[in-house]
Write a protein that binds this ligand. Structure first.
Ligand SMILES: Nc1ncnc2c1ncn2[C@@H]1O[C@H](COP(=O)(O)OP(=O)(O)O)[C@@H](O)[C@H]1O
Ligand SMILES: [Mg+2]
Length: 255
């Protein structure tokens, strides 16, 4: 790995802030939990507070990673062996980190990503056939110490999430409406799997309490957004207004 990904002596001990100038936040949770909706709302609030914000997603977030995304989210549920699937996820993640996330953090931006490594641990590791230990090894190679500063885990019963996703324009695809059912490969893996994914995210949160916050994703989107703002302000107090006179992130939107 190149020098850009190395924690390096200038970044201090592992317990120190990893991203000296930017802030790295990931959103996790099952399909339809509201990740895309809430990222857009938080991005607006942060921009109003004077922050540069980069919104990204996984798999994807860089040109090569987006090409890999197509291989992962389209086609039959059993298209890939568990190991091939995890390697494709981490190939895309390596590209996303190098080309998008780390440069944005170096430039001082707040990076909001719609899914990151916890999705691989949940879907392929804990709920999937690969197991946690193998995913941890890939994670060490590719991500190393570049974990998010904060991970918001949007928690919702999977049947509610899938109902929301099914009502989305495009019927189950991402909200860009990129074709009915085209990106439904993971949603097609069945209710038991979706339940195991939810439990996996909650275990990840319990195992990583300093990094993760579980957000109750039920109820109206405005209420979920308020829970997210409260968690962000509590965990990352530095994300207040960038300069005096700008609105603090903790205030509810006017009107
Ligand atoms: N709190 C909410 N209550 C009801 N519907 C919601 C809520 N949040 C999002 N939605 C809608 O549910 C669908 C899935 O939300 P989305 O943000 O795309 O979820 P995700 O990105 O986690 O898959 C979208 O049509 C969205 O408009
Ligand atoms: Mg989404």
């Amino acid at each position: 790995m190149g020098a850009a990904t190395s924690p390096g002596p200038d970044r201090g001990p592992p317990s120190a802030r990893k991203h000296a100038s930017g802030v790295f936040i990931s959103f996790e949770g099952g399909d339809g939990a509201g990740k895309s909706t809430q990222i857009a709302t938080l991005a607006d609030a942060l921009r109003e507070a004077g922050r540069d914000v980069v919104v990204s997603r996984e798999p994807g977030g860089a040109p090569g990673a987006e090409a890999i995304r197509k291989l992962l989210v389209e086609g039959p549920a059993d298209r890939w062996s568990p190991m091939a699937e995890a390697l494709l996820m981490y190939a895309a993640r390596a590209d996303h980190l190098q080309r998008t996330i780390l440069p944005a953090l170096e430039a001082g931006a707040v990076v909001l990503t719609d899914r990151f490594a916890d999705s691989t641990m949940a879907y392929q590791g804990l709920a999937g056939a690969l197991g946690a230990a193998t995913v941890e090894r890939l994670h060490g190679l590719v991500v190393g110490t570049n974990d998010p500063d904060l991970t918001l885990i949007l928690d919702l019963p999977p049947e509610e999430g899938l109902a929301r996703a099914g009502a989305r324009p495009g019927g189950g695809t991402e909200s860009d409406g990129s074709g009915a059912g085209a990106e439904s490969r993971f949603e097609n893996k069945g209710a038991a799997y979706q339940g195991a994914v939810r439990a996996a995210f909650l275990k990840i949160a319990a195992d990583n309490p300093d990094r993760c916050a579980v957000i109750d994703a039920s109820g109206p989107a405005g209420e979920v957004a308020a829970r997210i703002r409260a968690a962000v302000c509590a965990r990352l107090p530095s994300l207040g207004p960038a300069s005096p006179g700008l609105p603090p992130l903790g205030l509810p939107p006017s009107g």
